[in-house]
Design a protein around this ligand. Structure first.
Ligand SMILES: [Zn+2]
Length: 142
């Protein structure tokens, strides 16, 4: 109770949280980046419990080779404060590991930090923290 949050976390605070790190590691492993036939995007959403400040995650249905739909976060334990997805295609084969132009458009609309795991590191797209603070409902901020 002493950690009752007054504001949503920043992207770097999310990236420092073990729950988020583990969820992103699992998503990366399941993306099968080493398998040219089966590599695909994985991802999900990050929720913050408004009483304890704890983060939990939920995973989305698997995506395609270069696409995943994170438009409809299911209900979670708290409000959506971030989302994450993978870019499993190899940067040394000419794939851009950073946010795509469609990522940037969607991330602006969703209004929460988007953490992207690629083969050469982690990228952040969208706002640095949930738009409008803790207000605006439990899904994406309205
Ligand atoms: Zn993307």
């Amino acid at each position: 109770m002493t950690d009752m949050p007054g504001r949503p976390p920043t992207a770097s605070e999310l990236l420092a949280d073990p729950v988020v790190v583990q969820a992103m590691d699992e998503a990366w492993a399941e993306s099968q980046s080493d398998d040219p036939e089966n590599r695909h995007e994985e991802g999900g959403w990050i929720y913050m419990n408004l009483t304890t400040g704890e983060f939990t995650t939920r995973r989305a249905t698997r995506g395609e080779q270069a696409l995943i739909d994170l438009s409809h976060p299911p209900r979670g334990k708290g409000i959506v404060v971030g989302k994450f997805h993978t870019h499993p295609n190899p940067s040394n084969e000419g794939w851009d590991p950073g946010p795509s132009s469609s990522d940037e458009i969607v991330d602006k609309r969703h209004g929460v930090p988007d953490l992207i795991r690629a083969d050469d590191g982690v990228y952040v797209s969208g706002p640095n923290s949930r738009r409008g603070g803790l207000a605006g409902g439990s899904g994406y901020p309205t």
